[in-house]
Design a protein around this ligand. Structure first.
Ligand code: 16G
Length: 240
């Protein structure tokens, strides 16, 4: 299976073999793969060579290592297009996954200066401050901290937020969502967020800040989202 005379380096050939086994389901998601020692024996190569192949697959997100336990097959990352103003619920349903939320916080309070400025409301006007864990098929994918100007959503309650915010805005409040501005950056997770997301306390996350506007131009939400970098990749089409 491994051709040591090939011009393709041996570690690359092993990488391909391992990838194939993952794709064919011989190594299944969440399962441990054979140890470096076993693979070295199996392919008749050095452990160093096997380690190189595994490290590359870990860096590509196909495998992950757990200290003292071994190397496991990762779940494939969700591919999230960046060119549409969609909701979490819509995104998950489009993939055939079941969306759900855990409402951690729902508060009404006066907006601090900077938030009021961003939402184009007076400082001290009320906002809803909402924190939700967003799950796909029961697995936590992101944390959303959402701020909504209270005057746009009279009578909003925690119960109303059990499902989709965007469908509530469009169906119940009869508002038309227009556009949004989004920024994204990488960061290390906080301890609290790591627990919510079921990731290691030193894990990497993607922070997205979205300001969304109604078709009238009025901002209706500011959302700070924390996405699991191990479960998400963002895709955008660019043109010249
Ligand atoms: C997405 C949006 C968020 C919006 C939410 C509504 C990003 C980065 N964020 O997660 O701004 O509030 O969808 O989802 O995409 P919902 O309608 O399912 O509650």
């Amino acid at each position: 299976m491994i051709n040591k005379r090939s011009h393709i380096p041996v570690y690359m050939q092993i990488e391909e073999q391992l990838k194939k086994k993952i794709a064919e389901g011989i190594y299944k998601v969440g399962q441990v793969i054979p140890s470096e020692r076993e693979l070295a024996l199996q392919y008749d190569v050095s452990r160093m060579t096997v380690r190189q192949a595994i490290t590359n697959l870990v860096n590509d997100g196909l495998l992950y290592r757990e200290k003292g336990r071994g190397t496991f097959v990762s779940s494939p990352k969700l591919e999230q297009p960046l060119n549409g103003l969609t909701s979490f619920t819509e995104d998950m349903l489009a993939r055939g996954m079941v969306p759900s939320s855990q409402l951690v916080k729902f508060e009404r309070k006066p907006a601090p200066f900077e938030l009021a400025q961003d939402l184009l409301i007076e400082s001290g006007e009320d906002v809803y401050s909402i924190m939700r864990i967003r799950n796909a098929d029961g697995e936590p994918m992101a944390i959303e901290r959402t701020y909504l100007p209270a005057k746009l959503f009279p009578g909003l309650t925690a119960e109303k937020l059990q499902t989709s915010l965007y469908s509530l805005i469009e169906s119940h409040y009869q508002l038309t969502i227009g556009n949004a501005i989004q920024q994204m950056e990488a960061a290390l997770t906080t301890k609290e967020d790591a627990q919510f997301l079921h990731i290691p306390p030193s894990g990497v996350v993607l922070l997205i800040k979205r300001t969304s506007f109604l078709d009238s131009g009025q901002p209706f939400e500011i959302v700070r989202s924390v996405y699991r970098a191990d479960r998400y990749k963002f895709i955008s089409e660019i043109q010249r």
